[in-house]
Design a protein. Structure first.
Length: 160
């Protein structure tokens, strides 16, 4: 479980960084920064076993793929990884508190990567989780509106 949480964290950071780079290249750096923050904080929540964060990051990425209309091999693999994190987080939530399986793995802080992936999420998540809830609901609402507009345009076109 701990491995999947760390993997989910890094996947979210990578998706956020890639989104920031692409949107900045397209001249939309403010949207890119917002998307990066959403995915980064979602990754922090995934690392800290938040079911909501795992579900929202998966839903956001899946909606982004659907909105793009052309999924790539990489995006399908990333979607699968995010789904496996969602599944693992959901399974871990049903573990009996205090049992051997529910005991968290030790967090390391020997290298910079360890501090970034192990210590930072544990310190940051309690401070930003409510902000993340609000931001993710706003983002999912905007994505839902965008998908609705795309679907309406597709079905109202004269080509049908």
């Amino acid at each position: 479980m701990d491995y999947l949480g760390a993997q989910g964290y890094w996947v979210c950071v990578a998706v956020g960084a890639l989104s920031l780079a692409v949107l900045t290249f397209r001249g939309k750096w403010m949207i890119g920064a917002f998307v990066f923050i959403i995915y980064f904080l979602g990754g922090v929540g995934v690392r800290e076993r938040s079911r909501y964060a795992a579900a929202s990051v998966f839903a956001m990425y899946l909606a982004d793929i659907l909105a793009s209309g052309r999924p790539s091999i990489v995006s399908v693999i990333l979607t699968g990884l995010l789904f496996s994190n969602l599944r693992a987080t959901w399974i871990a939530a049903r573990w009996t508190p205090g049992s051997q399986e529910a005991a968290p793995a030790p967090r390391f802080d020997e290298s910079l990567w360890d501090k970034f992936a192990d210590k930072l999420p544990a310190w940051l998540w309690p401070k930003v989780r409510y902000v993340y809830y609000v931001l993710s609901v706003c983002y999912l609402t905007l994505v839902a509106i965008g998908l609705t507009v795309l679907i309406r345009r597709f079905f109202s076109s004269d080509d049908l």
